[in-house]
Design a protein around this ligand. Structure first.
Ligand SMILES: [Mg+2]
Length: 93
């Protein structure tokens, strides 16, 4: 399964919950997570999508660490089976 397929599923599932998983691109700042997940009740998290078994690159790890240090939840998803659990966890934060 490709990263883009997992990404599409994340978008669809977030939408089902009444939220959104918007693309995150920051000109001039490479390596930011792929999606910002916004769910009802001011829930926000960043998600890096990966093809199954793939790991974030060092620059991506650095960006994720920074976001975490600011107090934001950050997740890496490399399989569709993880999507439900992650969204539930974001809801519970
Ligand atoms: Mg990615």
């Amino acid at each position: 399964m490709r990263e883009s397929e997992i990404e599409s599923r994340l978008r669809a599932e977030a939408k089902k919950m009444g939220g959104m998983a918007v693309k995150f691109v920051s000109p001039g700042l490479n390596g930011v997570p792929d999606r910002i997940v916004l769910l009802p009740g001011r829930k926000i998290a960043f998600v890096e999508l990966k093809a199954p078994g793939k790991k974030p690159r060092p620059l991506q790890v650095k960006r994720m660490r920074k976001l975490k240090s600011l107090g934001f939840p950050v997740y890496v998803i490399d399989g569709v089976e993880q999507i439900g659990g992650v969204l539930d966890e974001i809801c519970a934060t």
